[in-house]
Design a protein around this ligand. Structure first.
Ligand SMILES: [Zn+2]
Length: 147
């Protein structure tokens, strides 16, 4: 009776929480009331029955985030080949450099040889005139295990 259904921003049902928890979500503005009991108030809010997340949350059972990022994983994904010249690679290049907010993610990192990494420096591939030979992707578990 006191449980409130939480639905995703696309209205997909997620889980149930207590009324108190739902009210805290409303106060923190992470959720909005989707359905409520209009004549029962809890503080300033009508008693919620369904709250909807303001931002879409990617759920584990719909979409697997894949393996966690690692330097070794990037080298393995890329077959230890430099993304810029195809020579054997031993370093990881951040496509958007770390100094400019680039993060350790599968899509922002690629295997690179030492020379290309040095040459590219704190520039993007476009700025450095060094096009990527392949688009970095999130590898499957199998791809990481296979090589
Ligand atoms: Zn290279």
């Amino acid at each position: 009776m006191d449980a409130v259904l939480v639905v995703n921003a696309d209205l997909g049902p997620l889980h149930r929480v207590t009324v108190q928890h739902a009210i805290r979500m409303l106060c923190r503005r992470v959720a909005e009331i989707h359905e409520a009991e209009p004549d029962q108030l809890i503080g300033v809010f009508p008693l919620p029955r369904v709250v909807r997340l303001v931002r879409y949350v990617v759920t584990r059972w719909r979409f697997s985030a894949g393996p966690a990022w690692s330097r070794a994983g990037v080298l393995r994904r890329d077959g230890r080949r430099c993304a810029y010249c195809d020579d054997p690679a031993s370093t990881i290049d951040h496509i958007l450099p770390r100094s400019r907010g680039g993060r350790n993610t599968w899509k922002n990192t690629t295997a690179a040889c030492y020379e290309c990494n040095q040459r590219k420096g704190d520039r993007t591939p476009a700025e450095a005139g060094m096009p990527l030979r392949r688009e970095p992707v999130t590898p499957s578990w199998a791809a990481l295990a296979g090589r």
